[in-house]
Design a protein around this ligand. Structure first.
Ligand code: MD3
Ligand code: FE
Length: 219
């Protein structure tokens, strides 16, 4: 039994309903598969290496990225988009590992999205200081599908805003194995990741990785 008012208040911070409708936090959902997911993502990065993409405005992103699956998210001086080819290797992105697809579908199902079939998985790699400024994920053609995020390695703090970039934001600490699903009314909410704090993780060393599973194409 939790008898302390302060503990109750502190615990409320982590409850999914506090983040608003359409957001499901599955603490530790990927823990059992953690090592397999990390091994699979290293294999993906061997074929399509991590790179720091450049924003249309000319800034080098602090987060390094790669992709797997039929489509990959890319950014360059021409804009943001999904492409079936890796611009660096000029070949198709590596296939989505089976352990990725299965985990994403299970997490979506648990969150009320019964047949989520992602066609893109963006793999983000953070090292100390790397961050993602507040943004919306709106390059996908189908906003009825959710996005599933899997955190691996070092912890990070997510920033959640509203549907307008000026809406106030709240924070959520995510650790290795945490899975977040956002869809429906939350699908276009602004979000970001605060600068990674330096530390070491047993499986990933100095890095945090995030997998985001998306349905980029319609039908
Ligand atoms: C959406 N990546 O790649 S989603 C991205 O940790 C991206 O690398 C994050 O945002 C990362 O586009 C994982 C984080 C997130 C957090 C809260 C949200 C997305 C959200 C709240 C509402 C909608
Ligand atoms: Fe995003």
């Amino acid at each position: 039994m939790n008898t302390s008012l302060f503990e109750d208040l502190a615990d409320r911070e982590a409850l999914p309903q506090d983040l608003g409708p359409g957001i499901t936090v599955l603490k530790g959902f990927a823990l059992r598969d953690g090592a397999a997911l990390v091994t699979a993502l290293f294999a993906v990065a061997e074929r399509s290496p991590f790179r720091h993409m450049v924003t249309p405005g000319g800034y080098r992103m602090s987060v390094a990225m790669t992709n797997c699956g039929p489509f990959g998210w890319v950014s360059d001086n021409k804009g943001y988009r999904y492409d079936s080819f890796d611009p660096d290797t000029k070949t198709r992105w590596p296939a989505m590992p089976e352990v990725f697809t299965r985990l994403a579908a299970e997490a979506a199902k648990r969150s009320g999205f019964s047949d989520f079939v992602p066609d893109a998985c963006l793999v983000n790699r953070y090292q100390a200081g790397a961050r993602l400024t507040l943004h919306q994920d709106k390059n996908e053609r189908d906003f009825t599908a959710p996005i599933v995020s899997v955190s691996l390695g070092l912890p990070a703090d997510f920033q959640f805003g509203g549907l307008a970039c000026t809406d106030r934001t709240t924070r959520l600490r995510v650790v290795h194995g945490d899975v977040l699903v956002w869809g429906g009314p939350a699908r276009l909410r602004y979000h970001g990741v605060l600068p990674l704090k330096p530390a070491l993780h047993a499986l990933t060393g100095e890095y945090r990785f995030n997998l985001t599973f998306r349905k980029s194409a319609s039908t």
